[in-house]
Design a protein around this ligand. Sequence first.
Ligand code: ADP
Ligand code: MG
Length: 516
Amino acid sequence: MSDTETRAETDAETRTFAELGLNSELLQAIDEIGFKDPSPIQEQAIPALLDGLDVIGQAQTGTGKTAAFGLPMLQYLDPASDEVQAIILTPTRELCIQVTQELRSYAEHLDIEIVAVFGGAPIKSQQAQLRAGAHVVVATVGRVKDLISRRSLVLTAARFVVLDEADEMLDLGFIEDVEKIIRMCPSGRQTALFSATMPPPIKRLAETYMYDPVTVKITPKKLTVDSVSQAFVEVAGKQKTDRLIELLKAEEPEQAIMFCRTKIGASRLERDLKNRGMNVKALHGDLSQGTRDGVMIAFKGGRVPLLVATDIAARGLDIEHVTHIINYDIPNSSETYVHRIGRTGRAGRTGRAITFVTPDQRPDLAVIEKEAGTTITAWEAPEDRIEHARPPRRRRRREGNEPAVIAEGEEAPAEESRAEPAATGGRDDRGEPAEATDGATKLFINRGRRSGLTEDDLEWALREGAVLEDSQISAIRVLDRFSFVEVDSDVAEQTVERLDGSRLKDADIRVEVARS
Ligand code: ADP
Ligand code: MG
């Protein structure tokens, strides 16, 4: 196994995307998306994959792994063949959708069809999309098995195989199924495996199913040190919640994730914050996949500013706009600390990470500082942080976006409409606010601002394409890479039927019900 260790620091001689050997259609898309230089993992993995080598990529979230495998994969595909030539396995439905969106944006100038297949959505429409032709299938494990057994998906020509977030697939217990799926792909395949960590079962998987792989490893140090300001707050266990509320008021995060060590702790903190009038949701392993999707969509869409999460539930997600990470419970290792913090301070934005420690946890904090090679200073209120003086905080003014912190006594904003009652942890003792949009159904559209869509375009599509009246449309929101609309529930199905697969502003659009 050859080993290439790249430090994130060595960006002095970064090659350009063109120098990595990518074709002009891909370079054009990269340029339009706005990527300037390849990230370290891209710089290492792209040439190796273009050379036909198997690659193991070990890097934290947010290092650009999707393009690292996606760009060479797209270059390898033959648009003239109508077989499935590439399969990407992802652990969760959320990641499956995220990867699909990202790949479609890279494939903007190629005649390549990318189909997402995942559980919790009707299998029929996925079967229809596969019948219509897919060069690439992005999938969750369970749904792939299902589609293979129904003979809707054949992998005999899938010579490019990607296992994304392999360690998470392991955590979720999918590894045996992953192996079964790999074995259905041709033996002359090229395999790429991405994983933040390399536990023994993943190493074994790589040894068994990969051919002389190149390992690309990115040390994440730079991520925490440079782009995230880090502080700690010493607080007695019992006072944590009060202190957190004070801190949120002082920091005014646009969006914050608060990490708890346990699922029970996370749902308790969610309840306590809700009781104090905050607009907060929780993401942890006791929730159904559908509920987790709903929470993620609400958080990503900016409608929920505060998210309480456990490490596993929040893993692998690229969450834009997160300004604050709060370690409500101190992470149990420096690796976890880096992992959590890697979620903020992306793309040149300054992030802030605040870690709560009880007096007896001070030594643990010192260990984290040492191992992560970073400095964590005592927290000061923003007005006291002279050295960080900056212009007044800009609050995003998206439709329906609420400030993170609501003064006590004010009413909590109405909750996002959501079908799964399990999102509240199955408890109804905490006075959940009424559903926001009765009788309306939210639809997801796979295009957003990046494809040049505006709210007017979508309004036009709903009125002219789906033949809706103004009164049947309750909301339209265009985000960077996708959009949401809300229409009366009784016309939701017809809207999907009429708009799904149609073209809008030169882009194919896919429309689906955001959640059942
Ligand atoms: P990972 O899979 O490693 O968590 P992603 O592939 O999801 O990372 O990428 C994280 C974010 O960084 C995405 O929003 C992506 O669009 C962006 N990104 C990826 N590559 C680059 C690049 N070379 N320059 C700037 N942004 C990038
Ligand atoms: Mg990823």
